[in-house]
Ligand binder design. Structure first.
Ligand code: SF4
Ligand code: SF4
Length: 96
């Protein structure tokens, strides 16, 4: 069975306000600031996201999306598809 993962991603219109980073539950910490991004944008680690939806209402530019609502991902899968939607963002470096 596929490992569970979240279905939320950030599109490239993020303005780097950081609201989603504050909203994401501390123990989850799925949001990260994209290293070296000239606009200071944020992105989501799908493998860490728990689909809680807390970040979405706080985003001032509506650039956080649930891939399931857009017919892109199914309930249980399509991790690679979700990652492609956020391919503008450099991945968060793995914790050592
Ligand atoms: S949906 Fe929840 S867990 Fe996922 S990035 Fe947003 S706040 Fe974090
Ligand atoms: S709340 Fe929206 S605009 Fe602000 S950093 Fe997060 S994704 Fe970007």
């Amino acid at each position: 069975m596929a490992r569970r993962h979240g279905h939320y991603y950030v599109d490239d219109t993020c303005i780097g306000c950081g609201a989603c980073d504050h909203a994401c539950p501390g123990k989850v910490d799925a949001v990260y600031e994209v290293a070296g991004d000239f606009l200071g944008r944020f992105a989501i680690v799908a493998e860490e996201c728990i689909d809680c939806d807390l970040c979405v209402p706080l985003c001032p530019v509506d650039c956080i999306h649930d891939a399931r609502n857009e017919g892109i991902a199914s309930k249980d899968g399509d991790l690679e598809q979700i990652k492609k939607l956020q391919s503008w963002a450099q991945a968060r470096p793995q914790a050592l």
